[in-house]
Write a protein that binds this ligand. Sequence first.
Ligand code: ADP
Ligand code: ZN
Length: 428
Amino acid sequence: MHLILQRYFGHTAFNPYQQEIIQDILDGRDVLAVLATGGGKSLCYQVPALMGVGVTLVISPLIALMKDQVDDLQARGIGAEALNSSGSYATTRRIRSELGEGLIQILYVSPEKAVSDDFLTLIASTPVTLIAVDEAHCISMWGHQFRPEYRSLAVLKERFGQVPMVALTATATPDVRDDIARQLNLADPSVYVGSFNRENLRYAVVPKEEDAYERLRVYMQGRKTETGIVYTATREGAETLAANLRADGVPALPYHAGMTAAARAETQDRFISGKVPVVCATSAFGMGIDKPDVRFVVHVDMPKTLEAYYQESGRAGRDGTTSDCILFYHDDDAKRLRSFIDRDLPSEFQREVARSKLQSMVDYCTATGCRRTVLLEYFGERFDAPCGGCDVCAPDRIPALDREVSLAGKARPRPGRRKGGAVRSASG
Ligand code: ADP
Ligand code: ZN
């Protein structure tokens, strides 16, 4: 396996748990792998896929991500293809014939496709040697990204009883972990849980008062050449904030699901290529964005769950360099989100789950102890404070936005602009 690691991927050593996971798969065991973003989950199924004959099926929820992965693997000389509902008849026919000739080693499939009759027929005479379920938390209603189509995947275990299955996820609380194993029918799986601690990330929560926009502006103006993401709760918030920042000399572009696909792609390209340093975005931004040098992720509105917060803030500092995760908090945000839960969720069960997740998010924001400890405990990981990298443990080393404002002098009110409009817009 080291040979494959080196020859196909150019790496000299395995990351934590990769080798153990691969060995278990080769031994025919089911595996549940919970590794933080950037932990190298893909290799856990790609290496075994290249070690034998037969096809590895990879269930993946995002068509765009699938395409990136397939392009990358093909560029390495690996037989990879993707099948999803957007694929044409011609694509299916080509894949059928390539499967017949044994040219495909890794086949990415969307969950709805994977359990469809035509796919199961297509694959019936193919030797499947491994099934990998990526983003496996999508199967759990306890998770923050439940996808009903994942529920049908248990069918695969019935169909391919002897084939090992590996479920992979970056965010799973202990409840979600158990649920994944149960829902997928994993047979006595080996469970690997990597550390969720991101040592190079600094965490801070800032009170969201009237001067929130000014604090943010001063922070950003001090980092003009650095790359960052500012998350807002609403599309309007993203637009307004980007416009305000641009007016204040910070090159920022908005990104949200209300923009055309072309406009979104352009913003994303300009961000990834470094042409524009800051994106003001809703949570629609980020899936599959693997930009290593994001130096700060600021949330001007509180997310609904710590899973979402961990995932979004985790887009900072993937290159290992010190980076900031800053969250603006106000009680009103919690109240607003609570009222959305009561208004929008159809069952009491869903409302309870959502309320309890929201409460954990609020607990993080209002913690009087180490933020990192609260965050990691939520994922079932023990951490001994002080961490040296949060606003509670190390107030001097953390960019306290209030201090930066006072250092910069009293913020001047700006005539003609809604003061703090974008930052507060979500609550109004
Ligand atoms: P995840 O899906 O867990 O977020 P990826 O599989 O996308 O992580 O891998 C993240 C990055 O780490 C990729 O750039 C990948 O090439 C790199 N990587 C994975 N395994 C190793 C390794 N053993 N040594 C060095 N780099 C690795
Ligand atoms: Zn701390």
